[in-house]
Design a binder for this molecule. Structure first.
Ligand SMILES: NC(=O)c1ccc[n+]([C@@H]2O[C@H](COP(=O)([O-])OP(=O)(O)OC[C@H]3O[C@@H](n4cnc5c(N)ncnc54)[C@H](OP(=O)(O)O)[C@@H]3O)[C@@H](O)[C@H]2O)c1
Length: 318
C-alpha cells in the first residue's frame, strides 16, 4: 500500500482508507453479521489499510474497535460526533451543546476500545451550522485535546446538500482544522477549485468521500443524474440519452470498470490524500484497493472528463 502524509499532522497512512459509513456500513446496512463486518476490517488491515473512519451515528465503532484492538498503535482511528440534537433534522438549527460532543467522544472511546481518537470530526456540518461549531464546540474540542483524548480536529461536509463546498470554504478561513472530509468524484470535481488549493497551502489533510456513489455504480442512477444535469443545462442532452455515456472510461482498456476509473480519478487528484472506500464485502474491498493503488487514468480520458464535468458543482453523485 502506498503511504501518504496526512496533511501536516506528521502521520503517514495508506492511501486507501476504510470507511464504515455510507449505505453499506461494513455490511451492517444490509444485515451482515457483526463477525463478518469485523472480518472486513481485519482484511483491510491485512491489505495495508491504516486509516479507519467511523462515526457515532454509523453504529460501526464497536466493530472497528473489536477488529483493531490488537493493532492500536499501527492504525489511525477517525470518528465523528453529530452536531445536531438527537432527533432533530440534519439541516435544522437545533444544534448540539458542548456537553453532547463530550458525551459522544466518551462513548466513542468505549466503543473503539481505546483511550484516544486520532481524528475527531464534527459530522456533516452545513454552512449555517458552522459558526456554532467554531464558537461553541471548538473550545470543548480544545479541552478534550488537552486531556489527551483527541489528537487532531476534523470537520466533514454534508456533500449531498452542500455540493459546492460552502461550509468547507468557510472553515478554511479558520486555522482550526487539521483534517477535512471532502466530497469529490468525477462528476462533481468542484473541490479542485474551491477546497484543494487552500488545503494544500495550509497543510490541512483531506479524506475523500463520495468517490463512488450510486451514480458511479448503478446504470439507472447515472442515467437519472445525467438527465438532471441536462435539465440544468450543464451537460448536452445527447450525453444523458447515450446508451453508455461513460463508455469511454473503459474503451481501449483505460479502466476495468466505471468504478475502477472513479477511484483512480480521485487518487491522482493533487490535494486528495486518503481515498475512502466502504464495503461489507472482502472481494469489493480487494477490488477497490487495487483500483486506488493502480496507475492514473490516461491524459486523454482526464481531458474528456474535464470537458464533460469539470464545471459541475450541483450534484453529489448519490
Ligand atoms: N459527511 C460525512 O461525514 C460522510 C458522508 C459519507 C461518507 N462518509 C465516510 O466516507 C466513507 C466513504 O463513503 P462513500 O460515500 O464514498 O461511500 P462508501 O461507504 O464507500 O460506499 C460505497 C458503496 O458501494 C458499494 N461497493 C463498494 N465497492 C463495490 C464494488 N467493488 N462493487 C460494487 N459495489 C461496491 C458498497 O456496498 P457493498 O457493501 O455492497 O460493497 C457501498 O454501498 C464512508 O464509509 C464513511 O466512512 C462520511
Amino acid at each position: 500500500m502506498q503511504q501518504v502524509p496526512l496533511g501536516k499532522t506528521g502521520l503517514q497512512v495508506g492511501v486507501a482508507g476504510l470507511g464504515s459509513g455510507g449505505s453499506s456500513r461494513l455490511g451492517q446496512g444490509y444485515g451482515l453479521a457483526a463477525t463478518d463486518s469485523i472480518a472486513v476490517v481485519k482484511a483491510a488491515f491485512d491489505l495495508g489499510v491504516s486509516f479507519f473512519d467511523t462515526a457515532a451515528v454509523y453504529k460501526t465503532e464497536s466493530i472497528v474497535g473489536e477488529a483493531l484492538k490488537d493493532h492500536r498503535d499501527q492504525v489511525v482511528l477517525s470518528t465523528k460526533a453529530q452536531i445536531i440534537k438527537p432527533g432533530s433534522p440534519a439541516l435544522g438549527n437545533e444544534l448540539a451543546p458542548p456537553a453532547q460532543i463530550r458525551a459522544s467522544l466518551e462513548a466513542s472511546l468505549g466503543n473503539l476500545q481505546t483511550d484516544y481518537v486520532d481524528v475527531f470530526h464534527l459530522h456533516g456540518v452545513m454552512p449555517d451550522q458552522y459558526d456554532h461549531c467554531r464558537n461553541h464546540l471548538v473550545p470543548e474540542l480544545i479541552q478534550m485535546r488537552e486531556q489527551g483524548k483527541i489528537r487532531f480536529f476534523g470537520i466533514t461536509e454534508r456533500f449531498i446538500s452542500d455540493t459546492n463546498h460552502t461550509m468547507l470554504a468557510k472553515a478554511l478561513n479558520d486555522d482550526i482544522w487539521d483534517v477535512m472530509m471532502v466530497g469529490f468524484n468525477l462528476i462533481n470535481p468542484s473541490a479542485r477549485k474551491s477546497v484543494f488549493p487552500l488545503t494544500r497551502q495550509k497543510g490541512v489533510a483531506t479524506l475523500i468521500m463520495f468517490a463512488v456513489r450510486a451514480a458511479l455504480s448503478k446504470q439507472a442512477a447515472l442515467t437519472d443524474l445525467l438527465h438532471e444535469l441536462a435539465d440544468q443545462q450543464l451537460i448536452e442532452p445527447e450525453l444523458a440519452n447515450a446508451a453508455a455515456p461513460l463508455g469511454f472510461l473503459t474503451d481501449a482498456g483505460a479502466a476495468r470498470s466505471i468504478m475502477d476509473a472513479a477511484y483512480r480519478f480521485c487518487r491522482f487528484e493533487p490535494g486528495a490524500e486518503v481515498i475512502l472506500t466502504g464495503t461489507g464485502s472482502i472481494d469489493h474491498l480487494r477490488e477497490n484497493i487495487r483500483s486506488i493503488c493502480d496507475d492514473a487514468l490516461p491524459d486523454g480520458v482526464l481531458r474528456r472528463l474535464d470537458d464533460l464535468f469539470g464545471h459541475i458543482d450541483t450534484v453529489s453523485g448519490n
